[in-house]
Design a protein around this ligand. Structure first.
Ligand SMILES: Nc1ncnc2c1ncn2[C@@H]1O[C@H](COP(=O)(O)OP(=O)(O)O)[C@@H](O)[C@H]1O
Ligand SMILES: [Mg+2]
Length: 508
């Protein structure tokens, strides 16, 4: 007898519908799973066999063939345990329900409990897109699935509970979405705690408004880490689409918080400099997204940038530019989104005092240049804003003058970002940092004055074509913060200042 159950598969963060077919015939006892399963799926056999017995059913004695269709897609993980069990029970006529518009997924324990799996959000979205009416997921994953509108979600803890629900004996409650506002360390940070540092604060405001990459450079203790950690408090709000995209990645990585399954705050990831290449970019034998993808639509903060391994830094260049990262593995390549704002901080030399106004630097010239050269030219080139963070003097630190709050700065950032979203509607671009060369020409219109000035600087400073584009983008953001449709000379002037600092430290 033959039976079919619907489920959903996942590869990377892409998800697709799967039919799980079971056929039970007479003959010598055998249990095969076909349809490109990997070893983790083949192990389902043992779990399903035990779970069937331990739930009081009979494991069929004949020949059992389970097919996972479509057969050309590689299947991975333990999510198909539950649908395989149901298909076998149905094919051996031990249950008799019709499941045409229901999706089942979950890992089984030997005694018939249902265990959580990763990637539920992406899978539920796929189920919804394929007009499925209801989805049965492990209880622990149910709040995450409930984020998706238009499909009924049931969280189940055991096979028994599920079967009782299906037979109508005792119904399980639907899971209804509610996102309780979770508190994070972020709630207690504010820009008003940072005294002085007006130039650095302004630069961070520009970076937040346009989504630009930024490098903070200055001696130890000048407040670079302190400033960077407060950047999330002034970022523009996430759009709903951005929330879903980021949540999907965290769901696949299995690091979602059950109380607030939908990520509504831009992520701030700050991997330590000892992070491995795979930890940063993603991959591994069971592929997982790396830090750069977990930071999607938010910030990737690399503190003490020169301490990061060279290969890790180099591997970030392409995904920072493209907003996606592809990791290759033996069984095919996986692509994860990685649209991040890169924020980096560094001391200018090993002792940290190079360029310090009062303290002497004890490093030799070669030591300084060796240190700075750990950051490659192409990497530097991808950072739009280079900002010097000088040490704060005692007077500013101890002054009681009140500083601007994060809320005040964020209001300006939100306004500037809204201007960008409206201007680029329909193009897929939402911030100035992602403008294509063609869009740059269309949307970055300069006043005559500004244009003449930029041309002059271009000649005098010998700027590269890439630097020119970046200056235009940053000028666009500064103009947006000032609500100017045309870019003026003063905007260009500020933007150039953010690009020329590297000349003080780095030689091109
Ligand atoms: N502008 C500032 N206003 C208030 N406190 C500051 C400021 N700059 C530095 N500090 C204090 O100094 C500490 C060290 O700053 P930190 O951000 O770690 O420096 P860096 O990362 O540049 O080495 C901070 O935790 C903070 O207590
Ligand atoms: Mg620091």
């Amino acid at each position: 007898m033959f039976a079919k159950i619907k489920s959903v598969g996942l590869f990377g963060i892409e998800s697709y519908m799967i039919d799980i077919e079971a056929d039970v015939t007479g003959g010598l006892p055998a249990f095969d799973i076909v349809g490109l399963p990997d070893t983790s799926v083949r192990e389902s056999r043992d779990r399903v066999r035990s779970a069937i017995k331990n739930c009081g059913f009979k494991f069929p004695t004949g020949r059992i063939t389970v097919n996972l269709a479509p057969a050309d897609k590689k299947k991975q993980g333990a999510v198909y345990d539950l649908p395989i069990l149901l298909a076998i029970l149905k094919a051996s006529k031990q249950i008799n329900f019709s499941f045409d518009n229901s999706i089942f997924l979950g890992e089984l324990s030997l005694d018939g409990k249902i265990r959580p799996v990763n990637g539920i959000l992406a899978m539920t979205i796929t189920a919804r897109q394929n007009n499925m009416e209801e989805i049965f997921v492990p209880y622990e994953n149910s709040t995450e699935a409930s984020v998706v509108d238009g499909i009924t979600v049931y969280g189940i803890s055991t096979v028994k509970e599920l079967l009782n629900h299906l037979s109508g004996e005792s119904k399980i409650e639907k899971t209804v979405f509610k996102n309780s506002k979770s508190h994070s360390a972020l709630d207690f940070l504010d820009f008003s705690e940072v005294k002085g540092q007006l130039a650095a604060k302004k630069a961070l405001e520009v970076a937040a408004a346009g989504g630009h990459n930024i490098l903070l450079i200055g001696p130890p203790g000048s407040g670079k880490s302190m400033l960077a950690k407060r950047l999330p408090t002034i970022l523009p709000e996430m759009t709903f689409e951005e929330s879903i995209e980021t949540t999907k990645i965290h769901s696949v990585a299995g690091i979602l918080n059950n109380d607030s399954p939908l990520i509504t705050r831009r992520p701030f990831r700050s991997p330590h400099h000892s992070v491995s290449l795979v930890g940063l970019t993603g991959g591994g034998s069971i592929p997982k997204p790396g830090e750069i993808s977990l930071a999607h639509n938010g910030i990737l903060f690399l503190d003490e940038l020169p301490e990061f391994k060279r290969d890790a830094m180099e591997a970030l260049r392409q995904p920072i530019e493209d907003g996606v990262i592809t990791v290759s593995r033996a069984s095919g390549s996986v692509t994860y989104p990685s649209s991040v704002m890169l924020v980096a901080a560094m001391n200018p030399c090993p002792c940290g005092m190079y360029g310090h106004p009062t303290k002497p630097c004890t490093c030799s010239k070669t030591m300084v240049s060796k240190y700075l050269n750990r950051i490659s030219g192409p990497m530097l080139d991808r950072i739009d804003l280079h900002v010097e963070v000088p040490p704060v003097d005692y007077e500013s630190l101890s002054s009681s003058s009140s500083e601007e709050t994060s809320a005040e700065i964020r209001a300006r950032v939100n306004k500037a970002r809204q201007i960008q979203i409206n201007r680029y509607k329909g193009t897929g671009v939402t911030s100035n940092s992602r403008l294509t060369p063609k869009m740059l020409r269309e949307f970055c219109v300069l006043t005559d004055d500004a244009s003449k000035y930029l041309n002059r600087c271009f000649d005098e400073l010998g700027l590269s074509a890439r630097a020119y584009d970046r200056i235009l983008k940053v000028s666009r953001t500064i103009a947006d913060l000032n609500s100017n449709e045309k870019i003026e000379k003063s905007h260009v002037l500020s933007a150039i200042r953010f690009r020329t600092l590297d000349r003080k430290y780095f030689t091109e």
